[in-house]
Design a protein. Structure first.
Length: 373
């Protein structure tokens, strides 16, 4: 079968690319290894840059989830409150809702049960062979297959030493929805409404592994989260758990371009992983739209990498350090950190988010699109 573009993986990055290609009127096919498309995960924060892309894709009229009115970051010695006016737009939603939003318009182009097992790049295009032997040919493929890239060595991953548990748990949502994060030494907790009567909770522990689960549960029952969620609901929730890792950036090659976590899995400390994948996807579709006659040529891939690399590398590194600082435990160092956090103007954090969006808009402008809020 021949189609100009194959997308490997129907996660957030692959589906965003599919929607953006639809918008450009470019033919494509998505190969997804799972037999059915169900979102694995709990909640997700879509920050200003992600919201801008959903808007550019015409999806802003009926967004799922809840717009945060406030974000509160607190430790034992500081409390920072960011008021979520239009200067700081963040929408919390379940992963399932985001995935469904992106899947619905392109579901007819998804081939399920299609695990890519082998890629053969040649001068005119690429041939992908699936695990079951089926064969697909294209001018190029976009690898959006998540953190475990084909041929990816586990040793490539950088382990933060932190373990994360997350879940969706019922609870009463206030009229002015607020997201909260607590830095409590070895433990970091986050709580945010994602829908009417539903919260997303994450619990990160440093120097931890799955064997610490009962210790973690005991901590949670005594934590500030217990003022919002009942012990019964927390105990009966379906918790997902995994280590927090990132990996070196790798953009693939001209005929097999990597995007999303496949190119640059980040630690989730700044809530930017998925939206950076959405940025990759949207920008790539714009470049394809303007260079249809150059699909698979090195210059097109180099242009994409040049536009993306510095930005992604910076956010990946910031996210890593943010996660380390949040878990500092030395009393002298944490006292100093907390004092600095207490006096740091919340406006600086808002400016940071605005900077991310402005930077992306600047990248998009020469391509003729305004991905504004
Ligand atoms: C705890 C945690 C919290 C997070 N919170 C946020 C947040 O709040 N905001 C945010 O922006 N980001 C967040 N992230 C990051 C975000 O989850 C990821 O960056 C994002 O889901 C990656 O999307 P993706 O499409 O690149 O990959 P994936 O979602 O992994 O999708 C890859 C797809 O490819 C398929 N696939 C894999 N191999 C093959 C193959 N060989 N052939 C065919 N198909 C294949 C898979 O089945 C899957 O459907 C968080 C991450 C974690 C771990």
């Amino acid at each position: 079968m021949k189609t100009p573009i194959l997308i490997e993986g129907a996660g957030i990055a692959g589906l965003t690319l599919a929607n953006a290609l639809e918008q450009q009127g470019i033919d494509y096919l998505i190969l997804e290894k799972e037999p059915s498309l169900h979102a694995i995960g709990a909640g997700i924060a879509v920050q200003a840059n992600g919201l801008a892309i959903l808007k550019a894709l015409g999806m802003d009229a009926d967004l799922p989830g809840i717009k945060l009115q406030q974000m509160c970051l607190q430790g034992r010695g500081f409390r920072q409150v960011l008021n979520g006016d239009d200067a700081w737009p963040t929408r919390m939603m379940t992963r399932a809702a985001l995935q469904q939003l992106l899947l619905t318009p392109v579901a007819h182009r998804v081939v399920a049960n299609a695990e890519v097992a082998h890629a053969d790049v040649h001068t005119q295009g690429i041939a992908l062979t699936l695990k079951d032997g089926r064969h697909y040919e294209a001018a190029l493929s976009v690898q959006a297959s998540g953190i475990h890239r084909l041929g990816n060595e586990p040793s490539e991953l950088r382990d933060s030493g932190q373990w994360c548990w997350r879940a969706l748990i019922p609870g009463p949502v206030r009229p002015e929805p607020a997201g909260q994060e607590w830095w409590l030494g070895r433990h970091r907790l986050g709580l945010s409404p994602v829908d009417e009567g539903l919260y997303y909770i994450y619990h990160v522990m440093s120097q931890a592994g799955p064997e610490q689960d009962s210790q973690r549960q005991a901590f949670l029952q005594q934590s500030p989260v217990a003022q919002v969620l009942t012990a019964e609901n927390m105990a009966s929730a379906q918790w997902l758990s995994h280590p927090l890792k990132d990996k070196p950036i790798h953009w693939g090659q001209p005929r097999r371009i990597a995007i999303g976590d496949c190119a640059h899995a980040l630690t989730p400390n700044m809530g930017q992983g998925a939206v950076l994948g959405m940025e990759d996807a949207y920008l790539l579709a714009m470049l394809f739209g303007q260079n249809l006659d150059k699909l698979g040529q090195p210059a097109l891939w180099q242009d994409f990498v040049k536009r993306r690399h510095t930005r992604v590398a910076r956010i990946r590194q910031q996210s890593w350090y943010f996660g380390q600082v949040a878990h500092w435990q030395n009393p002298w160092v944490t006292t100093l950190r907390d004092r600095l956090m207490a006096i740091a103007p919340g406006k600086r954090m808002i400016r940071q988010q605005q900077k991310w969006l402005a930077q992306f808009c600047r990248q998009m402008q020469p391509l003729g699109h305004t991905a504004s809020q």
